[in-house]
Every structure is written in C-alpha cells, then in structure tokens.
Design a protein around this ligand. Structure first.
Ligand SMILES: CC(=O)N[C@H]1[C@@H](OP(=O)(O)OP(=O)(O)OC[C@H]2O[C@@H](n3ccc(=O)[nH]c3=O)[C@H](O)[C@@H]2O)O[C@H](CO)[C@H](O)[C@@H]1O
Ligand SMILES: [Mn+2]
Length: 367
C-alpha cells in the first residue's frame, strides 16, 4: 500500500527544476545502452564501458581497447627502395592514395594483416527484374575468386526473392536477401541503388560487416580479388577512360545538375559498377549521391550516367583513399592492353534490348 501510494504521488509531483537533471540521466542511460548493445559509434567518449581489454581497475577508454596486430615472421622478397614495382602506370595519386595494379602489393602480407583484424566484408549486388538471370554465375564465380579465406556476406537486393537460386557457400560466407521494389526504368533501378545501400548501411551493414563492396551483377569474377582493394573509400578506374584527358570524361556537363563537373576539373573517370569502403564512408557516399539525385529529380534532370555521374562528382570533392586499376573492372570489348597483368572482374555479355525495359534500351554514345 505504502509503495503504491509513494509511486503515484512522486510521479505526480515532478518539479520543473528537476527536468534538466532527468534529461541528463536519460542521455547517459541511452548512451550506455547503445554503446553496450550496438557496435555503433554513438557513445559518450570515455564512458565506463569496461571491456575484455581492460587491464586496470579503472574503466577503459578507446586507447585501452586498441588491439595490437602483430604479424608473424614471414619470408618474402625485400621491397627495393630504388626500384619502382611498376613503371608503366601511375601507382599513387597526388593525394597519396595507392592505385592498385598487379605487381604493386604483396597479397600474403595484406591477408595476414586483415585476418588479424578479423575483417568481414559485405558484397552488395542488385538483381532486380530480369537482371536476376545474372545472379547464379555472379555468386558462383565470387565463391571462387572474391575474398577467398575471409568472412563475406553477400547482400542480394531483389524484387524476386523466390527466384534466388540455392547456393552452397564456403564456410564464413553467407547470403542475405534484401527484398526491394523494382523501379520501372532501368536507369532508375541503377540510380536508386544509392538509396537502398544507404538505408541498408544503417539498418544492417553497420551491425554485420566492416567494409562494403558495391558492384554490378552483369559481371563475372575471373581472377582473385582480395583485401588489397579495401580502404576507407575506394573507387575504380573506368575501363573506357583510364587513358583519356579530362575534357573527354563523360561527366555530367550541364551546370544545372548536382552532378556537374566543369571541363577544367576532374582527376579520373570512375566506374559506377565498383566502389566501396568502410560502412561509415559508404553510408555517407550513398546518402550524398542519393540526395543530389533527388534534387535533380525535383528539377526534372537525370544525370547523363545516373549513379555513375553522382559518384564521380562525390569522388572529386571526397578523394578516394584507394583506387582500383581497370584490372578490377574490365570489358572484353576493350581488348587486352599490355598494362593489364590480369583481369579479375569482367562484364558478361548482355542483350540490352531483352534485359532492360522497352524503349529505354538505347545506350548513349560515350565517345
Ligand atoms: C560496370 C559499370 O561501371 N557499370 C555502370 C554502367 O552501366 P551498365 O550498362 O553496366 O548498367 P547495368 O545495366 O548493368 O545497370 C547497373 C546495375 O543495376 C542493376 N539493375 C539494373 C537494371 C535492372 O532492371 N535491374 C537491375 O538489377 C544491376 O545490378 C546492374 O548490374 O552505368 C550505370 C549507370 O548508367 C551504372 O553506373 C553501372 O554501375
Ligand atoms: Mn553492368
């Protein structure tokens, strides 16, 4: 009786001057629970979330939780200070981002490093409407060549979950189906990938993986792609433009578009079909590209190469921290130049008329 009476009377008599203190208490409580139950970044720095790394009686901070990653003894050729690993191609951007070409890295060292970080990678792929036909070969070849030996989640975005084939995946790998709507025009499907990746980053990816790799589905893996591609924010040189001068890049050239890049700007022409980074960076990138696309849409503009145009604009002002060479994105229609020491990921032939929505199939000439 006493308890009930106390409960009712104290709840009913909250004084206005207590409100700031109650708010402070609630803030601490929610920060603590968020910090404890999520891998999210939203926490009050230095909060007392003691972990397994805590070696003292005091609560640990980010500094205490930092894990030491010591490599084992390894045998490999000494890097030669006075010799460049590749002399035929650019291997470093003016902002010191590596451009990944075969011969510039040692896969064993990288594998050891990323294994010790226990890294997990999410590969996002969209198989919407008729593009579902590409999925089987895509996944089967990814099992052979993509991030072999690492933890991988395939995130398959589709409007046809029942048509996703059953796959037998290697251990440490799983396939997650994310059901989404299919927009009518193929251009809209392509550009809306940004929005869908953005949403899934917040809802799913941030809790499950460290990095996101986003690719086209009309592709096949033909050689090993490993952790050498991973970085905070990475893009890929488009196979059609790696040798071109900037005025020839097919950037969006209409000043009224959010994707506009003038002829005297631009570093590289990046492909829409292969980019990625940490979940946090991909969340930012896709969010900004989607916002720009929606602004244009409101004004009745669609950028010339849809998502690829917004991606290029984004990378101009948020320089990639790593860039993949066209070895990572190739189209056999473009021959076999000597600079390519391998071809890891290739476009498969597709019948544009049959696979895309009617009346939208004609491709603009990029040249
Ligand atoms: C390799 C590469 O850099 N490709 C880019 C390029 O064209 P592509 O001509 O290769 O574009 P595409 O037809 O492959 O469409 C892009 C992707 O969207 C998905 N999709 C599209 C339509 C559809 O009905 N269902 C569906 O699932 C699918 O994953 C496909 O791979 O330019 C596009 C924008 O114009 C995108 O930037 C692509 O990423
Ligand atoms: Mn494609």
């Amino acid at each position: 009786m006493k308890l009930v009476r106390y409960g009712i009377s104290s709840a009913a008599s909250i004084q206005p001057r207590w409100i700031p203190w109650i708010l402070v208490g609630l803030t601490f409580f929610s920060a603590f629970t968020w910090n404890t139950f999520n891998r999210g970044e939203w926490n009050l720095r230095g909060m007392c979330a003691c972990t397994e790394y805590n070696t003292t009686q005091e609560c640990s901070t980010d500094l205490d939780r930092w894990r030491e990653l010591q490599l084992p003894r390894m045998k490999y050729n000494q890097p030669a200070t006075l010799t460049q690993s590749r002399t035929d191609v650019l291997t470093l951007t003016p902002w010191f981002a590596p451009i990944v070409w075969e011969g510039t890295f040692n896969r064993d060292i990288l594998n050891e490093q990323f294994k010790r970080m226990n890294v997990s990678i999410g590969l996002t792929v969209f198989a919407i409407k008729k593009y579902i036909v590409f999925l089987q070969h895509f996944i089967e070849t990814a099992e052979m060549f993509f991030m072999v030996g690492h933890k991988v989640n395939y995130y398959v975005f589709t409007d046809r979950p029942n048509e996703v084939p059953k796959f037998t995946l290697a251990s440490g790998r799983r396939l997650v189906i994310i059901e989404v709507m299919g927009y009518k025009r193929w251009q809209e499907v392509s550009v809306r990938r940004m929005e869908m990746i953005h949403d899934a980053s917040r809802k799913t990816f941030i809790n499950e993986v460290d990095y996101i790799v986003s690719v086209d589905v009309d592709m096949e893996f033909t050689d090993f792609i490993g952790v050498e591609i991973l970085s905070e924010r990475f893009g890929t040189l488009h196979p059609g433009f790696y040798g071109s001068q900037r005025p020839h890049f097919t950037y969006e050239r209409r000043p009224q578009s959010e994707a506009y890049i003038p002829e005297d700007e631009g570093d590289f022409y990046y492909a829409g079909g292969f980019f990625g980074g940490s979940v946090r960076e991909v969340y930012q990138l896709t969010g900004q590209c989607h916002k720009a696309m929606m602004k244009d849409k409101d004004r009745g503009i669609e950028a010339i190469w849809q998502d690829e145009s917004y991606l290029n604009k984004y990378f101009l002002y948020h320089k990639p921290t790593k860039i993949l060479s066209p070895e990572y994105l190739w189209d056999n229609g473009m021959g076999s130049p000597a600079i390519l020491k391998k071809k890891c990921f290739r476009a498969v032939w597709k019948n544009h008329t049959a696979i895309r929505s009617k009346r939208e199939t004609q491709k603009k000439n990029r040249a």
